[in-house]
Design a protein around this ligand. Structure first.
Ligand code: KPL
Length: 303
């Protein structure tokens, strides 16, 4: 079917929540003079400082036709439930988080006319109070996840390029999500367990465990139809450890601040997929158990 993209209404973006990556994206859009609002639990105006710029954001009101959802994996479905009544029938939603397992349930919640996207990014941002800093220059991979998304490709690509570019658009996000999952399966739980910066994981005493974790991830990814080369994955992990040496991973910060972590969507996803393919993953299972136990301990201690 021929499609006239100029007949489509302009997308007016809003970002869900006040997380660091979301505020980074919102700030870049605002500095580029794009219409951008925030979707917050309590409607309120927000003032932040972004890299020395004082920025003011209004809260979004329905109907919403373009939404970036950069919330933690375990909040995606709740966030979508809260957004659903406010979405226009042709709304475009972009998910962006660590881990896997949210795409299928998200697609089931939307109308066939509402577009779903995934954006995976290596940008780093840090939020301290109302101050947001772009701590790591990165890039992003964006993919449409249904037919209703593909119709809006130029508009979504343009906005996400401003927000979290440079980016490439791909047809299938899965291979990229598996590559990112392998990185997060190593760095996130190990840095949280050892309460260290990412760079500390370059120490030779961790290499045997890192290799064992990665061997399992590569086997599971391959069984799922997304072959991951072990040597290349190992090199990717070492590159990220090196490039983010001074950073604390998101899971280290979550555990250190007694917050829920994304372990279920990272090691938990690997363990689940492994079970479906009868693959033993003792190293990933152990990390899942150790981080889950720490979370429970935190929850009990916080009571
Ligand atoms: O994605 C990350 C995270 O902290 O969640 C890495 C790549 C490990 C960077 O810290």
């Amino acid at each position: 079917m021929a499609h006239n993209s100029s007949a489509q209404p302009a997308l007016s973006w809003c970002v869900v929540g006040q997380g660091a990556i979301g505020l980074l994206a919102a700030s870049q859009l605002k500095l580029a003079k794009q219409p951008i609002k925030l979707w917050l639990r309590q409607p309120a105006a927000i003032d932040i400082t972004f890299n020395q710029h004082a920025l003011h954001f209004h809260s979004a009101i329905a109907p919403l036709n373009a939404v970036l959802v950069p919330v933690k994996s375990y909040s995606v479905i709740d966030a979508l439930h809260s957004l659903l009544p406010a979405l226009s029938a042709d709304a475009q939603l972009v998910l962006s988080h660590n881990g896997m397992g949210t795409i299928e349930p998200a697609l089931q919640l939307l109308l066939p006319t509402q577009g779903l996207w995934f954006l995976t990014t290596t940008h780093g941002a840090l939020k301290q109070g109302n101050n947001v800093r772009h701590t790591g220059q990165g890039d992003s991979v964006l993919a449409p996840l249904n037919a209703a998304a593909k119709v809006h490709l130029p508009q979504v690509q343009q906005a996400m390029n401003i927000a979290l570019g440079p980016l490439v658009v791909v047809d299938n996000i899965q291979p990229f999500l598996w590559q990112k999952l392998a990185i997060n399966a190593v760095i996130n739980p190990l840095s949280a367990l050892h309460n260290c910066r990412n760079g500390a994981l370059a120490d030779s005493r961790y290499q045997q465990q890192i290799n064992a974790i990665l061997l399992e991830v590569c086997q599971v990814a391959t069984a799922c139809g997304y072959p991951l080369d072990f040597a290349q994955t190992q090199a990717n992990v070492q590159r990220v450890i090196h490039n983010t040496a001074q950073n604390f991973s998101s899971m280290q910060q979550d555990i250190a601040h007694q917050r829920r972590s994304e372990i279920a969507a990272i090691s938990g996803y690997i363990v689940k997929q492994a079970a479906q393919h009868n693959i033993a993953v003792p190293h990933n299972r152990q990390l899942l158990q150790q981080i889950t136990a720490l979370q429970h301990l935190n929850a009990v201690t916080a009571d």
